[in-house]
Design a protein around this ligand. Structure first.
Ligand code: UT7
Length: 415
């Protein structure tokens, strides 16, 4: 066995057999953010392409959202949750420092056998976790791996900092990777880490270097900070080179790729990637207008949405590419082998019984920041369905999702 570039290939290939996503029902529009910081819908749309983002409700966490997306992916793969051997959950917003969020997800999805752990590579986390899963499969250590990207970023944003709070949102996406000797599946991966950018996107306090204290709270050091321009420069340069390395390792050229699933950070960055690869924007899947940047969840949400909306066919070459804090960057090239209709067929198997076990004798605070909660509670017109992770014509619903139509498709955010 050898890959397209002639290198010996070890073990079976990892094929994507399941996919799923979850977007919480709360919507924060650009108009809402105008009430929080000095900004405008016009500025946000023209500089980023983002129009709105989702906000996890008080009862929701990174684990609960990841569990819903994970169960959807398992249903699409036609598996029982207990057939999953390994659960990898990429996040920069874990429910707790410990235990891992993956451990909570394992219990919530009803799996008793899997090894479960978190992967920390910020917005590249899903691609890093995917690559790890692929290596487990190639080494013969696992048959089915659940790879999740899940984020509750709105819990870690400073809603007095207009340069960051406009960008990020909450949500989760997942895939099941399954071992198979059949042709296609994962063809090549590329991962890079550039620590010169370590403090370009970071959360200064809460770790061992700066444990929580009244001072760290007063200085807003538990919130995400970012040097936007430097990050932008890194992203535009690195996304295209990382994608190209993965494509070439797969023995392909950029024009052979049917669809790119890029990290959804900024439409201008995605346009630069298309330009860098010499491709039209039609080859780039974009949904950041509706979700903003959901970090490790961004690629798997976009993938699930792309497949369920008919943008991916069997035998298509698909490249997922991400960048993020670290600086990290990763790309994976796959030849699609699953029936895209499986996602729609599994719509009836939506999980309704996800339950994250709560700690004993401990009452947590309300996790939603008061300023954000006040904006979300204010009545206002909402112009999109609050439950669609699949694309389609927006339908009108009220602010809290009442009246939103139930789409008969997988990946709805209504659980
Ligand atoms: O997953 C990785 C996460 N990070 C990213 O992907 C972010 C990458 N960076 C970016 O996407 C862009 O750098 C931003 C969208 C964050 C900023 O866009 P920019 O075109 O680089 O703007 P800028 O930082 O150069 O700021 C231009 C101006 C500044 O005002 P002055 O100094 O020219 O008077 C900012 O103060 O825009 C101002 N500004 C804003 N104005 C209105 C910054 N944020 C805002 C805002 N609303 N939200």
């Amino acid at each position: 066995m050898s890959d397209a570039d002639g290198r010996p290939r070890i073990g079976p290939r990892a094929h994507i057999t399941g996919w799923g996503a979850y977007a919480p029902p709360g919507v924060l529009t650009n108009a809402d953010i105008e009430h929080l910081v000095d900004t405008s819908d016009e500025w946000i749309v023209s500089r980023t392409g983002i129009r709105e983002r989702r906000v996890a409700g008080p009862h929701e966490t990174t684990a609960s959202m990841g569990a819903i997306a994970g169960r959807r992916a398992i249903a699409v793969a036609g598996l029982d949750p207990d057939e999953i051997d390994v659960i990898l959950l990429a996040t920069l917003t874990p429910d707790y420092w410990m235990p891992s969020t993956a451990a909570l997800v394992k219990e919530a999805i009803g799996n008793t056998r899997a090894a479960a752990m978190d992967v920390a590579a910020a917005c590249s986390g899903f691609v890093f976790a995917y690559s790890t899963a692929q290596a487990y499969i190639a080494a013969g250590m696992a048959k089915h791996v659940l790879v999740i990207g899940s984020e509750a970023l709105t819990r870690f944003l400073d809603y007095t900092d207009r340069s960051t709070c406009i960008l990020f949102g909450d949500g989760a996406g997942a895939v099941v990777l399954s071992a198979s000797e059949a042709p296609g599946g994962t063809m090549a991966t590329e991962l890079t880490t550039e620590p010169a950018g370590a403090y370009m996107i970071w959360i200064p306090a809460g770790g061992a270097k700066a444990p929580p204290s009244p001072g760290t709270i007063a200085r807003h050091e538990h919130f995400l900070r970012m040097e936007g321009k430097e990050t932008y420069r890194f992203a535009t340069k690195t996304m295209a080179t990382t994608a190209l390395a993965s494509i070439e390792r797969a023995g392909l050229r950029p024009e052979d790729v049917d669809l790119f699933i890029p990290h959804q950070a900024n439409i201008r960055i995605i346009e630069a990637v298309a330009k860098g690869l010499g491709l039209p924007m039609e080859r780039m899947f974009v949904n950041l207008d509706r979700y903003g940047n959901t970090s490790a969840a961004s690629v798997p949400i976009a993938l699930a949405e792309a497949v369920d909306s008919g943008r991916v066919k069997i035998s298509d070459r698909v490249v997922m590419v991400a960048f993020g804090a670290g600086f990290t960057s990763g790309a994976v090239t796959v030849e699609w082998t699953a029936d895209p209709a499986n996602g729609r067929r599994a719509a009836d198997a939506q999980p309704r019984d996800i339950h994250i076990r709560q700690p004993l004798d401990w009452n947590s605070v309300d996790p939603i920041q008061p300023a954000l909660a006040a904006v979300l509670a204010a009545p206002g017109p909402i112009s999109v369905p609050l439950d669609d992770v699949v694309s389609g014509e927006p339908e009108h619903a009220d602010r809290n999702g009442a009246g939103a139509p139930v789409a008969p498709l997988a990946g709805r955010g209504d659980a």
